[in-house]
Design a protein. Structure first.
Length: 201
């Protein structure tokens, strides 16, 4: 949250209830420390998710469906419905006013931008690679429609396009195969504008 990722419930004995309880404690402590030093968590920028997986008959694991539910109590306790734990949980972030504001709970398959990466809680890289490919294609189209000399195109590539995607690619957990399939030939078609020969093997 606020450029920080907090993890909770990593003990072997933890279940969903204890993980969310510990998460609320961590969020509360972190938020109060920020307030004490003049900062604050912005609820609209904070998200949380539960990595709760269930075994399947074939031995694989799948994420349990996550839905937003009731907020946590003001005393950091968590409201839990034994019939459907995930539906009755919500985390709140403390505010300087003394209030606590509920934050959005993400499905495991939802992607949000985090430090330049469109990350999904389940680790799937497709949304981020799609976003990078769109940036490359948009930049390439703009360059094609312009009339910049090669030197200026290189400068635009280094200071605009590459500067906007290099961290996200470097920090991504995507394999080389995922990168190749996800980005496709998006960068191949800009080579001619950089003064490089196009050789497709």
């Amino acid at each position: 949250m606020d450029d920080t990722n907090l993890w909770a419930g990593l003990e072997e004995s933890d279940d969903v209830e204890s993980a969310v309880y510990k998460a609320q404690q961590g969020v509360t402590h972190w938020g109060r420390l920020l307030i004490a030093t003049g900062g604050a968590l912005k609820p609209e920028k904070c998200k949380w998710t539960v990595h709760d997986m269930v075994p399947q008959e074939d031995g694989t694991w799948e994420y349990r469906t996550i839905n937003s539910g009731l907020p946590t109590d003001e005393n950091d306790d968590v409201d839990v419905d034994p019939e459907d734990t995930l539906r009755t949980m919500k985390l709140k972030v403390p505010q300087a006013s003394g209030d606590a504001v509920a934050i959005e709970q993400l499905m495991h398959s939802e992607a949000v931008e985090n430090l330049g990466l469109f990350t999904r809680p389940d680790g799937v890289n497709e949304p981020h690679l799609n976003q990078v490919r769109e940036k490359i294609e948009k930049w390439t189209e703009q360059i094609k429609n312009g009339d910049l000399p090669t030197r200026s195109v290189w400068k635009s590539y280094q200071l605009q396009l590459w500067a906007s995607i290099k961290y996200g690619l470097g920090a991504s957990s995507a394999s080389m195969k995922e990168l190749k399939e996800g980005l496709g030939l998006a960068d191949y078609y800009l080579l001619s504008k950089l003064g490089l020969s196009l050789i497709h093997i």
